[in-house]
Design a binder for this molecule. Structure first.
Ligand SMILES: CC(C)(COP(=O)(O)OP(=O)(O)OC[C@H]1O[C@@H](n2cnc3c(N)ncnc32)[C@H](O)[C@@H]1OP(=O)(O)O)[C@@H](O)C(=O)NCCC(=O)NCCS
Length: 199
């Protein structure tokens, strides 16, 4: 167990504010999410906001969020136009009837903390939570040009289920990936759990 990090689930308001703050550190995102957008998307639908907290180098007793994952339920009949569009794009690739589907909406690790297994840890934590809530599949969306995220998702055993080619810029082409959860085969061994504590 590595006492340097801990994983927590955040309530909506605090989580939305922390994500707005943490996304300021991501050069990769052209449009960062605001706390208001996050609250609007997540309020009224089942969701999970998970953060890895690490001690500040200059103040080791103070922990700050350095890695996060946010996911919410995605249903066949969405009224939010963005989510309805997403469901339409997943048509034929994801089964929405007879199972609960989780959409892994946001996530990342602050650059100074990358390469230490934090994203794996928070992802595995989120998957256990999702399986306990009865979700059977987690779906994520990324772009060709996000090489680190694509690599991380491959390492986390996500399968590509859909590809949308951008004719002008292939880096902007969209990839949809998915992973089955639980399914009655029992909880799988978690690579990260020997190293991180949860709170
Ligand atoms: C992708 C990202 C989340 C990885 O975070 P991280 O905390 O460094 O990831 P981890 O250390 O937990 O690595 C998880 C797995 O992915 C692999 N991985 C992570 N980054 C990688 C990279 N750049 N190249 C190759 N493999 C990589 C690791 O080897 C690890 O696999 P393993 O556990 O089987 O060894 C981080 O680089 C990031 O936030 N990038 C920016 C986010 C982004 O581009 N988002 C685009 C919108 S979808």
């Amino acid at each position: 167990m590595d006492p340097s990090f801990r994983i927590r689930q955040y309530p909506l308001d605090r989580g939305a504010m922390e994500i707005e703050f943490i996304e300021e550190f991501f050069g990769e995102f052209e449009r960062k999410k605001t706390a208001a957008e996050i609250r609007a998307r997540l309020a009224g639908r089942e969701h999970g906001i998970f953060m890895v907290e690490a001690p500040l180098p200059e103040e080791p007793t103070r922990f700050i969020p350095v890695c996060y994952r946010v996911a919410h339920e995605l249903r066949a009949a969405e009224t939010d136009p963005q989510l309805a569009d997403l469901v339409a794009r997943l048509d034929g690739a994801v089964r929405f009837h007879g199972q609960r589907v989780l959409y892994g909406w946001l996530g990342g690790t602050r650059s100074d903390w990358r390469g230490q297994g934090l994203f794996r840890a928070v992802s595995e934590f989120q998957e256990d939570w999702a399986a306990e809530q009865g979700f059977r599949e987690v779906v994520v969306k990324t772009k060709n040009r996000y090489y680190a995220m694509r690599s991380a998702l491959v390492h986390l055993n996500f399968d590509v289920i859909q590809y949308e080619r951008n004719a002008m810029h292939n880096g902007e082409s969209k990839l949809y990936l998915s992973k089955r959860l639980g399914g009655g085969v029992g909880r799988t061994w978690r690579r990260s759990e020997a190293r991180f504590r949860t709170a």
